[in-house]
Design a protein around this ligand. Structure first.
Ligand code: NAP
Length: 263
């Protein structure tokens, strides 16, 4: 299938590793020029180099902390300065913490919402005028199953993700008259460095081997395994493409059938 992504300009946040890296690589392999950002410059530059070498597309790496409003303005400005436009925004960066409701401090809620929910809102607001002028845009928000499947130990992430679904739908209404399509992709547990760290911590706390803790994670899923980042990236690449020209306001679960209920 020809996706029509050649020459499009995509900004992928958190493109240095995990799901964001797989998305950035997926878009680049379809011929999109890339701007990727994350805080750790060395890891970001290495990711940009790998993608450039594999795909041959231009990759701009902008080291920045998206928890800062000023950094967000700079990321979009540098992307537009380098490529002259921004066609696709993938709001992927974020790192929300698990914790006990009664002891989790307010600061953790603010930090987690700021790094993901507010970063998504601010970045979308920043790219929207460019997309409106072009009369073409795609904004794809990476959410998470906890948005619709609340978990008591993951309230900062779950509440932030639920708000992101609401935001996605409202922004889709605003974007529709200008051919700016806004969607959300909700992965279930996906094999990324963050997941590996979390399982290692759980294994240590429960005095299990890492292999046993990982086996349990896979066994919980209907397909008998967790997702690979490339499986999430494939859906994002499709939604970013010309072939998804009548999909907006929708949330697509890439969850191996894990979500209960119907939507
Ligand atoms: N993995 C899962 O099981 C899973 C499931 C559902 C949803 N998700 C969602 O998918 C997204 C990616 O998750 P992941 O597992 O791939 O995470 P990850 O492996 O921890 O990667 C996160 C990426 O975001 C960057 N990042 C984090 N905070 C940032 C900030 N303040 N400013 C700029 N960049 C920042 C990180 O780089 P630096 O640390 O260098 O900044 C990294 O590139 C997240 O939004 C997560 O909530 C993940």
């Amino acid at each position: 299938m020809e996706l029509g992504l050649k020459g499009k300009v995509a900004l992928v946040t958190g493109g240095s590793r995990g799901i964001g890296f797989a998305i950035a690589r997926g878009l680049a392999m379809e011929g999109a020029c890339l701007s990727i950002c994350a805080r750790t410059e060395s890891v970001l530059e290495e990711a940009a180099g790998r993608i450039r070498a594999e795909s041959g597309v231009e990759v701009l790496a902008v080291a920045s902390d998206l928890a800062q409003a000023e950094a967000i303005r700079a990321v979009v400005a540098k992307t537009v300065a380098a490529f002259g436009r921004v066609d696709i925004l993938v709001n992927n960066a974020g790192s929300t913490e698990r914790g006990d409701f009664l002891t989790l401090p307010d600061d953790q809620y603010w930090a987690d919402w700021n790094g993901k929910l507010f970063a998504t809102i601010r970045l979308s607001r920043e790219v929207f005028p460019h997309m409106r002028q072009q009369r073409w845009g795609r904004i794809i928000n990476i959410v998470g199953l906890a948005a619709r499947n609340p978990q008591p130990s993951f309230m900062t992430g779950g509440t932030g993700n639920a708000a992101l679904l609401n935001f996605t739908k409202a922004l889709a209404d605003l974007g529709a008259p200008h051919n700016i399509l806004v969607t959300a992709v909700s992965p279930s547990t996906t094999r990324t460095p963050r997941w590996e760290r979390r399982v290692a911590a759980r294994a240590a706390a429960e005095r299990k081997s890492l292999e046993e803790a990982m086996r349990e994670e896979h066994a919980r899923m209907p397909l008998g395994r967790i997702a690979e980042p490339e499986e999430v990236a494939a859906m994002v690449t499709f939604l970013a493409s010309e072939r998804a020209s009548y999909v907006t306001g929708a949330t697509v679960a890439v969850d191996g059938g894990a979500t209960r209920g119907v939507y």
